[in-house]
Design a protein. Sequence first.
Length: 422
Amino acid sequence: MNLALTNGKVFIKGKLVKTNVLIQGSKIKKITSSKIKAIHEIDCKGKIILPGAIDAHVHFRTPGFEYKEDFFTGSLSALHGGITTIMDMPNTNPVTSTIKTRDVKIKLAEKNCLTNFYIYMAALNSNLEEISKAKNLRAVKLYYGSTTGNILMNKKSEIEKLFKLAKKKGFVVSVHAEDEEIMKQNSEKFRGNSNPEIHAKIRNEESEAKAISEILSIQQIIGNKIHIAHISSEKGLALVKKAKKRMNGNKVTCEVTPHHLFLDSSDYKKLGNLMKCNPSIKEAKHRKALLNGLKNGAIDIVATDHAPHSREEKTQDYWKSPSGIPGEETMLPLLLDAVNKKQISLKKIVEAVAENPAGIFGWKNKGFIKTGFDADLVIINMNGKTKIEDKKLFTKAGYSPWNKKTLKAMVENTIIGGQVFG
Ligand code: NCD
Ligand code: ZN
């Protein structure tokens, strides 16, 4: 297979450059402004070409919860959203905590996942032996606060051991940082109240800040690589920023989700439990701080935390409704719409969804448009429109908090390893 992307503007070294891209097999063979010939050609006039997005945080629910999502539907959803690589979280059934359960999952993904993938292992208070023997670990997930799946690791002595192991083996520890005690106490206060708005008050800023501070205090001594997942509060972010300065390197990184960037607590009235997620979506000041953090580099990446549940589950009473929001199809359109609105630069967005996740999680040959790199690309029409509609979504969840919203920016084609979709 040999394919030319001609007449488009290609994102190279932080800028859009008018040039052509020749793809040979699964790789980028040549980037040149002279005419190129190929068996297949896509005329990209008026379009921009970006590196495919790497989504470092998804829940494709296999095995165990395939009624919510599976590798096929999750990855189909990713492709429609311009995402070419996904990193799948371990809170499945069984939990991905052993080499064996991980291997089973890898086999299932090899068969059914249309995108590139990585399968996380969960760190438990009891499985460090397994982690120490596992191969090809880019990252391990640590649930310091409980969430969907109830996999918890908050014993300091075990965390220290895990961090030492991470340092030795070179993998990243991605942390869900919320404090159990604070959340429990707050839950008591709101018992009997089923207004979804209480979610922001139960899983509040203090809970996130305390957990981040405790985790970082261990990490700062050991010096392993740590990644704070889905950061949601101003204080949490300030702590990460401080730690980054102290570490003076790339050992501390963090992530924000599109829903923490584009929704705030004023949306609970309309969306109710559909926007219930962990950590919670908080007041508008946090959203602003997170957007600023993304702009000034305090936040390294944007990842979806795509966490689908069935509509029936989500529309139950607050206390029964599971936390999680789907996001594969909406992340890039939302971010690029923000670029169109001049809320953030295209450069920052490409860093956050491609360049930085590639660097942090060790995806060699991905994240950049360069000769010899994998041909994982996305063709975007910045003047096109994306109308988000529940019934048109490919995720099994079948709903989005942005239902009926029209965004300026549209994913035209996604190319994975030289194969064109869309
Ligand atoms: C996630 C899920 O449903 O698996 N839910 C969520 O609200 N984010 C779990 C998680 O990542 O916390
Ligand atoms: Zn998650």
